[in-house]
Design a protein around this ligand. Structure first.
Ligand code: ADP
Ligand code: MG
Length: 601
């Protein structure tokens, strides 16, 4: 007996769905891309329970005819290409004709659609690839598609979904990738009746600000520099972050021909342009848009179409690197240009780079420039190192003597006379030699211990702000902030939600002094994000670490003798003081023997 047979469509579609539709976010991506391909100018996305029970996309695009809407859900059904040659001249987001077939195989779908030329619209209901009914109906021009109970018939897939807040974050990430490159389209994203994003039509720069918050003092969007280059091979335009806004969790986006792409090789080109300008572990944010002849790229490597192959990758690498360098160079030479003025967007004088000259970029550029190296200031108005207000004063010169961490027994004279070296180290004579202490790390270690204690006791000293500060956040950071709010309150940050995109900061920990709270709060969000959203237990530690790091005295700050001896006393009173809480060396002792060695000749 022969045993091979063709699989029924419904099963084949379910298998194919595994590749295209992994989670609600991929469903949204496919539906919104269809709306864009249909020429929509307004796209609304509604989700319930992070897309588990409902994903709805409403557009004002060209709609479908009664026959087309049925065809649309067949496998390999597309209006976008008709032969293999078209694959090399793609101008649409979709072309594989498999998204709708995949979605209807694993969900309950209904769609209402009407074309401008039709009197009536068409309603179609499909349940796991099976058409339930189709009828004519009244409808506005455009398409309104609802995907209910995703993976209702594939329990294994459903189980594989993450908690709602994670899926919602995935949706936002996917959404950003689309909206950032389509500022000519208005978008809204509503989750369980709450408007997460409401994005009117604007410029590319405005869209970036709508998504990530606008020009706050410490927000990376305030530090974006425009870049643009046009060559025969490729046009590249976009915005790159000034080095001093680099962070541990930067926003990095590449788009090619209006499509988001990952490209580790080009990412390297951008980072190379920043060489010598970034503090360790910090990376710049960037939004870079490539325009290239469709035939010189291959989008069809993977169903999700985020891996893209370029015909001429090495040359583009060079062009990209030179263009980023030039923008950064321009910014150093002429820092007064106001890049925020919307008029300048993508409108600066163009630079045309001749690819044959790329090997010798001729711009003025100081490779040693490092905005993080602060100048040593000689004026010292620094009266007292900020200290977390404490319940009980830490007393503990005595502790010093039974400190197990140091091998040699360390004794300090009652009246120490510390010296500051290079705006960075505190030197003090101890009986065994010369003790050197890193001022920033020492202060951070002291503050960390005090902050942790405050968080445990829940009695932080708060400072009411006369004029509340506004903290604008991206939608995903809004979600995260909501989860952190209680912990931050324990610490002294009193936050009040102003809108779907902003908090008012009413009070701050007294420790923060006159510093703007935005930087610290943004750093806390970044630290928590990095730790992992599920590692809730670690959050307090990350918050305390960030707070301590942000408020500890900076390098380059001149310290008075009194400040230094006070800091040393507080440091040595801690149970562990030779390392920072994140394991960096706080102090070292140059022993007498080591000193002697230096004087042997
Ligand atoms: P693809 O986008 O790769 O062509 P899809 O399965 O996503 O494949 O969609 C199939 C077809 O259905 C599209 O080619 C298009 O003609 C039609 N279609 C899908 N969504 C819409 C929409 N929102 N508005 C108009 N037409 C649509
Ligand atoms: Mg599609």
């Amino acid at each position: 007996m022969d045993i091979i047979h063709l699989l029924p469509d419904s099963v084949a579609n379910q298998i194919a769905a595994g590749e295209v539709i992994q989670r609600p976010a991929s469903c949204i991506k496919e539906l919104v891309e269809n709306s864009l391909d249909a020429g929509a100018t307004t796209i609304q996305v509604l989700v319930r329970e992070a897309g588990r029970t409902l994903v709805q996309v409403i557009d004002d695009g060209k709609g479908m005819s009664e026959t087309d809407v049925r065809m649309a859900f067949e496998r390999h059904a597309t209006s976008k290409i008709s032969n293999a040659a078209d694959l090399f001249a793609l101008t649409t987001m979709g072309f594989r004709g498999e998204a709708l077939a995949a979605i209807c195989a694993v969900a309950q779908v209904d769609v209402t659609t009407r074309r401008a030329e039709d009197e009536v619209g068409s309603f179609l209901e499909i349940n796991g690839s099976e058409v339930i009914r189709q009828e004519i109906c009244q409808a506005p021009v455009g398409t309104n598609i609802r995907v209910k109970n995703l993976f209702f018939n594939t329990p294994a897939r459903r189980k594989y979904l993450k908690p709602n807040r994670t899926e919602l974050r995935n949706i936002l990430i996917e959404f950003y990738r689309i909206v950032l490159v389509n500022p000519q389209v208005a978008f809204t994203l509503v989750s369980d009746d709450e408007v997460l994003l409401d994005l009117p039509v604007g410029t590319h720069k405005q869209r970036i600000e709508q998504v990530f918050g606008k020009s706050q003092r410490n927000q990376f969007t305030a530090g974006l520099v425009e870049m643009r280059t046009d060559t025969d091979i490729v046009s590249i335009r976009g915005f790159v972050g000034k080095p001093e806004y680099a962070s541990k969790s930067p926003q990095q986006y590449f788009f090619v021909n209006n499509r988001f792409m990952r490209h580790p090789y080009f990412q390297k080109a951008v980072l190379t342009a920043y060489q010598g300008m970034l503090p360790p572990e910090h990376n710049p944010s960037y939004f870079i848009y490539f325009d290239i002849a469709p035939e010189s790229i291959d989008v069809n490597i993977h169903p999700t179409k985020t891996e893209i192959k370029f015909a001429d990758e090495q040359t583009i690498w060079q062009i990209l690197q030179a263009a980023v360098r030039e923008s950064l160079g321009k910014f150093h030479v002429a820092p007064s240009i106001d890049f925020d003025t919307p008029l300048t967007e993508l409108d600066l004088p163009q630079t045309t780079i001749d690819p044959s000259r790329l090997k010798q970029p001729s711009m003025v550029f100081n490779p040693n420039y490092n905005p993080f190296e602060q100048q040593t200031t000689s004026s010292s108005s620094f009266a007292n190192l900020p200290s977390a207000p404490r319940k009980q004063q830490v007393t503990g010169w005595e502790k010093l003597y039974d400190e197990p961490e140091l091998k040699e027994e360390l004794t300090l004279p009652e009246d120490v006379h510390p010296l500051q070296i290079a705006g960075r180290y505190i030197a003090v004579a101890v009986p065994d030699g010369l003790m050197l202490v890193d001022q920033h790390r020492a202060h951070m270690t002291v503050l960390f211990a005090e902050i942790e204690q405050q968080m445990q006791s829940g009695h932080a000293v708060q400072q009411q702000l006369l004029f509340p500060e506004t903290l604008e956040l991206s939608a995903d950071d809004m979600l995260l902030m909501r989860q952190l709010q209680d912990q931050l309150l324990d610490l002294g940050f009193e936050l009040e939600q102003l809108s779907s995109r902003a908090y008012a900061v009413n009070s701050v920990p007294a420790l923060l002094g006159n510093e703007a709270p935005q930087r610290c709060l943004n750093d806390i969000l970044a630290a928590v994000r990095e730790t992992g959203i599920s590692a809730k237990k670690e959050w307090n530690r990350q918050i305390a670490l960030t707070m301590a790091r942000d408020t500890a005295v900076a390098y380059g700050k001149t310290l008075l003798e009194q400040d230094m001896s006070d800091l040393l006393k507080r440091l040595l009173a801690l149970p562990v003081y030779t390392k920072t809480p994140d394991g960096k060396t706080v102090m070292t002792i140059l022993s007498e023997t080591e000193l002697e060695k230096r004087f042997t000749l």
